[in-house]
Write a protein that binds this ligand. Structure first.
Ligand code: PMV
Length: 306
């Protein structure tokens, strides 16, 4: 029997523009999703995932694994059990975490080596097979963990050895990432010059953000996050609820605040050192948000003690 877990993630800066070739900043969070594989005597592959709505990412990861490593392995029955610390609705990346953890668990169960790069590549193909679109930033966070400077398809995956002090507010609304990506795609097709300028400007903010992050210059990073949020608003992916939580966090003293991920709901993040976090948490709750406790720069996919 083997149990493997992968972390959830939060996009710090650069969402949407990353799909068009600009870099982004992502951090892995300490809420994790685990996959346990045990032998099953009925010769079948079974999946027990009571917290997950559908198992298409697990199914696809299994298919990819056997296609890569030899379908003769399928002759033995296995039972997969999936458990998550986080609700799949909050936008922490349950699909990427489950794909990565499934691939790693299968490789260990069958005593086969899969490097982190192979896991990233296979899990990214799983995302593309199912969603048809996406940068793979969430797969990188689940695989490598830490805080990363990332470009599409994993062309750059650079670890930045810094934790980011954040307060996370959940809007209570589940966003559908592929729908929002398509919405931005449509805007891009209709107004290519304007939207290309926005993407380039976001990319510039991310590069500056990386430097500020490495210096732990929270004041500057917060300001850059605020500018990023203005562009995301221009792209039409922010919502009133996100704006309410963001303004509340800023009024309560956050260095900066923005939506995290595709927008349309899910979570916002506020950059704030621990002395300010208590009042920001309260402000987010008073504005109707649910605060989720996380720490950042969590470890990537790993074996859990059984
Ligand atoms: O909604 P999330 O947390 O999966 O973030 C999506 C971020 C996008 O840049 C919009 C898409 C992507 O794959 O990078």
């Amino acid at each position: 029997m083997v149990t493997v877990s992968a972390p959830g993630k939060l996009m710090l800066m650069g969402e949407h523009a990353v799909v068009y070739g600009e870099p982004c900043l992502v951090t892995a969070v300490n809420q994790r999703l685990s996959v346990t594989i045990d032998a099953s005597d009925n010769g079948q592959i079974t999946i027990d995932a009571p917290q997950v709505k559908e198992t298409k990412f697990v199914d696809r990861a299994i298919v990819k694994f056997f296609a890569e490593k030899g379908s003769f392995l399928k002759n033995r029955g296995i039972a997969l059990a999936i458990h998550s610390d986080f609700d799949c609705r909050v936008g922490f990346g349950s699909s990427s975490a489950v794909s990565v953890a499934t691939l790693k668990a299968l490789s260990l169960y069958y005593n086969l080596t899969l490097t982190d790069r192979e896991i990233f590549n296979l899990a990214y193909q799983v995302t593309l097979d199912i969603q048809g679109i996406g940068s793979g930033f969430d797969i990188a966070a689940a695989t490598y963990g830490g805080t990363l400077f990332f470009t599409k398809g994993g062309a750059t995956i650079a670890p930045l050895r810094v934790s980011v002090p954040l307060v996370v507010g959940y809007t209570g609304i589940k966003a559908d990432t592929p729908t929002l990506i398509r919405q931005v795609e449509k805007l891009h097709k209709t107004y290519p010059d304007k939207v290309n300028r926005i993407f380039a400007a976001i990319g510039k903010l991310v590069r500056e953000g990386k430097e500020a992050l490495l210096r732990q210059d929270w004041e500057r990073l917060g300001k850059l996050m605020d500018f990023d949020q203005e562009y995301l608003r221009d792209l039409g992916v922010s919502t009133q609820k996100l704006e309410d939580l963001i303004s509340a966090a800023k009024r309560a003293g956050a260095y900066g605040a923005k939506l995290s991920g595709a927008g349309g709901g899910d979570c916002m993040i506020a950059l704030a050192t621990s002395d300010k976090q208590k009042v920001i948490r309260k402000a987010i709750k008073d504005a109707g948000g649910e605060v989720i406790d996380v720490s950042t720069r969590a470890a990537g996919v790993r074996v859990d003690p059984s």
